[in-house]
Design a protein around this ligand. Structure first.
Ligand code: ZN
Length: 250
């Protein structure tokens, strides 16, 4: 259970909204909390599809899990894809989508920021996306997935290895090119808006420190305070869909 939402200090909220409005190189960094109100279950949610509740995501979302039972892993991802395909962007996504000039770094594998109006080239998916497969043999082949009607386990047309979802599994490195772009963005930004993530997973958590060290102001929007919060940061407690529209008022 989350603690009861606190009412944010209006002075702090207004000051944060001014910082958002005046930022010249703003960047957002989001996690599961951004999409929670769109009905996207996280690994930690207990209300995930009951069919899959007996499986451990950490075992399914891994190369070992895929080797042990590739059909099971693909079926699980396809269930997640259909859930994601049915989800609608919430007020947080559309608020970010309405504001141009931002770069959005996200840990989310859904594409609700894009559905909410953000240009795909301005979204950096640190953990990949559900709407793509690539060759598990890393031959370079990749293909888009029909999220509403995903096919079962398939072979790579180039090398006959299995295709796998283009998401980062446990034990895997973040995609280097995407991470480098994210690194560049936080080094250049003057405002980093951290939304719906406890930001405790490295190396993503380090991006916040890098932004701060480079002089950016940090605004954290989360349902609960995070251990990463420094005294000079602004912390706004509440859901992303509630707080973001209040932040982007001007
Ligand atoms: Zn291949």
């Amino acid at each position: 259970m989350f603690p009861a939402p606190q009412l944010n200090d209006m002075t702090e909220l207004v000051a944060a909204a001014k910082k958002v409005a005046s930022a010249r190189h703003p960047v957002s960094f989001s996690g599961a909390g951004l999409s929670a109100e769109s009905g996207i279950a996280t690994f930690r949610d207990k209300n995930d599809n009951a069919l899959w509740s007996k499986f451990n995501p950490a075992e399914l979302a891994s190369q070992d899990g895929f080797k042990a039972n590739p059909e099971l892993v693909i079926d699980w991802y396809n269930a997640r894809r259909q859930t994601a395909a049915a989800a609608q962007p919430n007020a947080a996504h559309t608020t970010l989508g309405a504001r141009k000039g931002w770069i959005h770094i996200t840990q989310n594998v859904d594409t609700l920021l894009e559905a909410g109006g953000v240009s795909p080239e301005n979204v950096l998916h640190l953990h990949g996306t559900l709407d793509e497969d690539h060759c598990n043999n890393q031959c370079g082949y990749s293909s888009k997935v029909n999220m509403l009607a995903p096919e079962g386990l398939k072979h790579c047309p180039r090398c006959d290895a299995y295709l796998r979802p283009s998401v980062v599994w446990f034990g895997e490195q973040l995609p280097e090119n995407v991470f480098n772009q994210a690194l560049h963005a936080v080094q250049q930004c003057d405002l980093l808006l951290v939304v719906g993530t406890s930001a405790q997973v490295m190396p993503a958590a380090g991006l916040i420190d890098i932004a701060r060290e480079n002089g950016a102001h940090i605004i954290v929007v989360n349902k609960e305070n995070t251990p990463k919060t420094h005294s000079e940061d602004t912390v706004l407690i509440g859901s992303a869909a509630t707080v973001l529209p209040q932040l982007f008022t001007s």
